[in-house]
Write a protein that binds this ligand. Structure first.
Ligand code: CP3
Length: 358
């Protein structure tokens, strides 16, 4: 009888389009994945979520791994992103965190000044966030069983974006507390951002050690700052984090930040991920001439997630236009921000398929 030994990872054909595009190599077609690809727009996710709250999903490695793999199986995306949240390290630092239905994340005791800052601890990262690392190991184990394993992306928030939630106490319209602190006591704010960076470095390194093959940093709220303030407040801790990552591709995501592109060109990241407000060829025209010598940055993005709520033939047309706009250099097809929970799954599939048809 023929024995059924599992093929070794190297013998098996691995789908490494995503990693090659991150490194700026020429690839057969752009890889595609979607921010927030594991989530409520999928029936499989809603079914699990009906039984467990969000933090339980994050903290149970088998469940987190299962949810991570749902979009890989259902949509055939070219990369998996670990199911977790950027806010988990804040909880590990001692900030109570709740996810309330309808309200999103809530920090009942926000950190709004230097005195509050003293309440934050530097945690034992392995002890408090080890569940994320266990989930990454479990995802890699399960990915290896697929006929064509895809790479696993780990992630975290930038210190400024983490502060946007921790200082406000949750989702905020105007970020008045964050702005008040950053204008009133910028040195104190920098101290907070530094403390967040210290923990983020260990957290992201832990993800890579557990099997994450690329790291994406989310700066969802970086665009609140003008260029001079982004450089002074947000950038130092971002550069420190990016420079302390082990040797994996680094993706920097930012929203609402066309005014920051000349600064972003300087970041030590292989990939820049942008929102939908500017076409990718226009982004490249700004950043390419400004980059230090060496390979040019790959771009990731940037279909408006709202476009996935429109008719399928329009989604296909816009996706082809996106591929055209991205074709001047290495491109990873993605959305410009997370997919909306009300997106029909067949619309998400039309986006992925159109990219994969080439
Ligand atoms: O599939 C994936 O992309 C991986 C998982 C992932 C989640 N959050 C799971 C999640 C990722 C990469 C994130 C990143 C994240 N989390 C960001 C940066 C990206 C962005 O959206 O700007 C931010 C700002 C957060 C913080 C956060 N988590 C908010 C503001 C919310 C509430 C809004 C919402 O979409 O519900 C969350 C909750 C959250 N994080 C959900 C998921 C799947 C929804 C939880 C649920 O099922 O109710």
């Amino acid at each position: 009888m023929v024995s059924c030994r599992p093929m070794s990872q190297s013998a098996k054909s691995m789908n490494d389009l995503f990693l090659r595009a991150c490194r700026g190599e020429t690839v057969e077609r752009p890889p595609v994945w979607m921010m927030r690809q594991a989530g409520r727009y999928m029936a499989e996710y809603r079914a699990l979520r009906a039984q467990h709250d969000f933090l339980t999903l994050c903290k149970t490695p088998e469940l987190a791994a299962e949810v991570t793999l749902q979009p890989v199986r259902a949509l055939g995306v070219d990369a998996a992103i670990l199911f977790a949240d950027i806010l988990l390290p804040l909880e590990a630092m001692g900030a109570e965190l709740r996810f309330q239905k309808g309200d999103g994340p809530v920090f009942p005791n926000p950190v709004r000044n230097r005195d509050d800052l003293e309440r934050l601890q530097h945690p034992d990262v392995e002890g408090t966030l080890g569940y994320v690392f266990d989930a990454a190991r479990e995802v890699r184990r399960r990915l290896a069983e697929l006929p064509r394993p895809v790479p696993l992306i780990g992630f975290g928030g930038t210190p400024w974006t983490l502060a946007a939630y921790l200082v406000e106490g949750g989702i905020s319209k105007h970020h008045a507390h964050l702005l008040a602190w950053s204008y009133g006591d910028p040195e104190g704010m920098l101290r907070l951002l530094d403390r967040l960076a210290d923990v983020s470095i260990e957290y992201l390194r832990g993800q890579v050690e557990a099997g994450a093959q690329a790291i994406q940093l989310f700066d969802t709220w970086g665009g609140l700052l003008d260029a001079e303030r982004w450089r002074r407040l947000a950038m130092p801790s971002v550069v420190r984090i990016l420079e302390s990552l082990p040797d994996v591709p680094r993706i920097f995501y930012i929203r609402d930040a066309a005014h920051l592109l000349p600064i972003l060109a300087e970041l030590p990241a292989e990939v820049l991920s942008v929102d939908w407000r500017m076409p990718l060829d226009a982004v490249r025209a700004i950043i390419d001439p400004l980059q230090p010598t060496g390979p040019k940055k790959a771009l990731q993005g940037n279909l408006d997630p709202g476009a996935l709520l429109g008719p399928i033939d329009e989604i296909r047309r816009r996706t082809r236009a996106l591929l055209q706009a991205g074709s001047g250099g290495p491109h990873i097809a993605n959305l410009g921000h997370g997919i909306f929970p009300m997106t029909p799954v067949e619309n998400a599939r039309a986006f992925v398929e159109t990219v994969q048809e080439g």
